[in-house]
Write a protein that binds this ligand. Structure first.
Ligand SMILES: *Cc1c(COP(=O)(O)O)cnc(C)c1O
Length: 468
């Protein structure tokens, strides 16, 4: 199994190199050169497997022999050992034809744990085999940072530095990052906004000698291994509910298009999925695109679902690549035009072809609040402001009687307590493994928004750690 860049200007790589590379050298994203195929009988054979067993079957073809099966199986089993539900991704029925898949049973209560717990272990494994170490540096507005920290904590070959905007993340989110007592975890509270944090990270990566000296790396959402590990729960949920003998519609609250793209990959691998409903908040560039065929940038506005407050959905490039018949030069040209003009059409034929798989649904703040309340009153399920967008999106879609709708619940309600309580009148309780979060000791370093000082801080910590 080889991986190719969506811009056709970077070398083909094997799985282990793609894992460590993240972005391709030509600025593109890596995708597998072909999709592993699961026939109806292959899918039937997945019935009765545990989440972990199924995960190994689905992911193994993507490794292309770069990691021995036994070692990989051990990593997968270890990755999900700390999840707080035996099913890992349990499902609940919300209506006649509607189910939710709860993807918030990992350490940080959001679906990003599902891929990152595997990716952190893969990084550590591949690096140790090569005798290398990396310094992961990232910026977070809340969710990604804690999931990355939990995935990398205590891994021998990794030091991780996460920058968050001081005073601008919720207390739950900050404490999920700063109460991790691991020597290789370093939290920086930057005196600035999230954009300042992102600019700082870009500047650190842009300093070639700093980047090479400390072997900087990232675990962001364009990493192929994250997509790979997300394909698993599409198969898992569909098989639990009768695949391949039933058809499915997935409703997915979407930001960077990574989660829903993993579903598209599952469909290309043979899972009988009729449609994906792409849910967005007021940051609705994708919904506008699916409605009109034209993609147009707009400023990002803050909403109740901050992890979806995104305009450029990086993983959309992977879908474009297929719709340009895998002609990376054409993809690069289209994206260059979009960057220049902030608005683009990809052609009537491509747009229609995408509509065969996708439909968009925009959900306002008012609809979000009233639906949290209505679903709670009707079913007793308390959903967070991201998950509810999937549920609303699914309700706007009519299906034949033999089709099952699955809405992905991407975060636990206790991760966004203020919004959930305001909408429903109910205070969501943290699960028991986080119940004492507010009593735990915090470790963080406050730094000014100054490149030299942040660089010196990172270099100093790395030297301290090496000496220890
Ligand atoms: C990251 C995130 C999303 C968006 O997922 P993408 O893969 O970026 O589309 C949705 N909900 C929650 C809770 C998230 O943390």
């Amino acid at each position: 199994m080889k991986y190719i860049s969506t811009r056709s200007g970077a070398p083909d790589l094997a799985f282990d190199d793609v894992l460590l590379a993240g972005l391709a050298r030509d600025g593109g994203l890596y995708v597998p050169e072909s999709w592993p195929q699961f026939s109806e009988s292959d899918i039937r054979e997945l019935r009765g497997l545990s989440y972990q067993e199924l995960a190994i079957r689905i992911m193994l073809p993507f490794l292309g022999g770069t990691i021995p099966e036994d070692d990989f199986a051990a990593m997968v089993n270890d990755a999900y050992a700390q999840f707080d539900h035996p099913a890992i991704a349990p499902m609940k029925q919300l209506g006649d034809d509607l189910w939710i898949a709860e993807l918030f049973h990992g350490p940080t209560l959001a679906f990003k744990d599902y891929p990152l717990q595997v990716v952190g272990r893969l990084f550590d494994y591949v690096l140790k085999n090569r005798g290398e170490r990396v310094t992961i540096v990232g910026a977070t507005s809340g969710d990604t940072g804690s999931a990355a920290i939990e995935a990398c904590r205590d891994r021998d070959a990794i030091e991780i530095f996460i920058l968050h905007p001081k005073g601008r993340v919720s207390e739950v989110q900050r404490r999920q990052m700063t109460t991790v007592q691991s020597g290789n975890v370093h939290n920086i509270a930057l005196d600035g906004t999230f954009d300042d944090c992102q600019d700082m990270v870009k500047a650190l990566f842009g300093d070639e000698s700093f980047r090479d000296e400390h072997n900087l790396s990232a675990v962001n959402s364009i990493n192929w291994a994250r997509i790979m590990a997300q394909i698993v729960y599409y198969f898992w949920t569909a098989v639990e509910l009768g695949a391949p003998d039933r058809k499915f519609v997935f409703a997915v609250p979407t930001g960077n298009f990574g989660n829903v793209y993993a579903g598209y990959a599952a469909k290309r691998m043979g899972l009988p999925i009729e449609k994906f409903i792409v849910g967005s908040n007021e940051n609705d560039i994708l919904t506008r695109f699916f409605e009109s065929g034209r993609m147009t940038m707009a400023p990002v506005v803050p909403t109740l679902s901050p992890s979806m407050d995104i305009q450029i959905s990086s993983n959309f490039e992977r879908l474009l690549f297929d719709h340009y018949d895998r002609d990376g030069k054409a993809v690069a040209k289209a994206l260059e035009e979009f960057r220049r003009t902030q608005s683009i059409e990809f052609g009537q034929g491509r747009w229609q072809a995408m509509l065969a798989d996708f439909e968009g649904c925009r959900v306002s703040t008012d609809e979000t609040k009233s639906a949290i309340r209505n679903v709670y009153e009707a079913t007793g399920e308390l959903l967070d402001p991201h998950s509810i967008i999937g549920v609303i999106a699914s309700q706007q879609y009519e299906v034949a009687s033999d089709v099952i709708k699955i809405a992905l619940a991407t975060a636990h309600p206790a991760k966004f307590p203020a919004a959930v309580e305001e909408a429903s009148g109910v205070h969501p309780e943290l699960p028991s493994h986080l119940a004492n979060l507010f009593d735990r000791e915090e470790r963080l370093n406050e730094l000014p928004n100054n490149l030299d000082q942040v660089g010196d801080f990172i270099a100093g910590k790395l030297a301290e750690r090496k000496a220890a």
